[in-house]
Write a protein of this length. Structure first.
Length: 239
């Protein structure tokens, strides 16, 4: 059996081509995720530099809404949680105190960022876990067909047996070759995801501490005020 044979020529050929497709998908997703993580890391680095260089939590509000990135979006959710409480004081859904509302908003935004970073990893994990079994299925099917052919030929010489069975075993080898990189790619990006989530969690704790220091009140900048939906009045800074 030729590896370049038509996918419809035999089941093991179809299995091998399927595994080749899995391999292409794995490396394609790996490149996409690598570009995503590098881009987000650079965005967060730039944001942290400017955020922590600000003189106060108030002055950092505009920075958070001008820069992209996960950390900036976490800060945006924090500012929105602080601001929306007093501007909608009569709204029962915003009657929660500042501390709980801010903590919940930061936690929910981190969860959303994790979901975004996890996109595609489930596919890579599935490829890594199923490829060996798919290859084994192709091998078993190929051996069955080879034994049928040997039986029909009425000959069990080494030349007759070795060729078809050896070709059938290729599917298992391809399955393993596809699974190993997929597992490595998944583990690598899973670790990157956990590190990014840990960094966001650390920043959320720092943001909460800063907000607590300012009594959970900030003077919202006009640009931030507009980005948050045009509230009727800014939240006044605690005296």
């Amino acid at each position: 059996m030729s590896l370049l044979a038509s996918p419809l020529e035999s089941v093991e050929s179809a299995v091998i081509w399927l595994l080749v497709g899995f391999s292409v998908a794995t490396w394609g997703l790996a490149l996409v995720k690598l570009a995503q993580f590098v881009r987000l890391k650079n965005q967060d680095k730039r944001f942290h530099q400017q955020f922590w260089a600000a003189s106060s939590l108030d002055s950092a509000a505009e920075i958070s809404h001008e820069l992209p990135g996960p950390a900036a979006r976490v800060a945006q959710s924090g500012y929105a949680a602080i601001a929306v409480g007093d501007t909608h004081a009569n709204d029962l859904s915003h009657a929660i105190n500042h501390q709980d509302r801010l903590e919940r908003a930061l936690r929910q935004q981190i969860v959303r960022e994790r979901r975004s970073l996890e996109t595609g990893l489930a596919v890579v994990a599935s490829i890594g876990s199923t490829s060996p079994f798919i290859g084994l299925f192709g091998t078993v099917w190929g051996i069955m067909e080879a034994l049928k052919g040997i039986s029909a030929a009425g000959s069990a010489s080494l030349e007759t047996v070795a060729g078809p069975i050896g070709a059938a075993l290729v599917a298992t080898g391809v399955g393993i070759a596809v699974a190993v990189p997929a597992v490595l790619v998944y583990n690598y990006f899973l670790r990157r995801l956990k590190l990014t989530a840990a960094d966001l969690d650390d920043f959320a704790h720092d943001f909460y501490s800063l907000a607590q220091k300012s009594a959970f009140r900030v003077l919202v900048h006009p640009a931030v005020h507009k980005a948050q939906g045009g509230f009727t009045q800014p939240v006044k800074e605690a005296s």
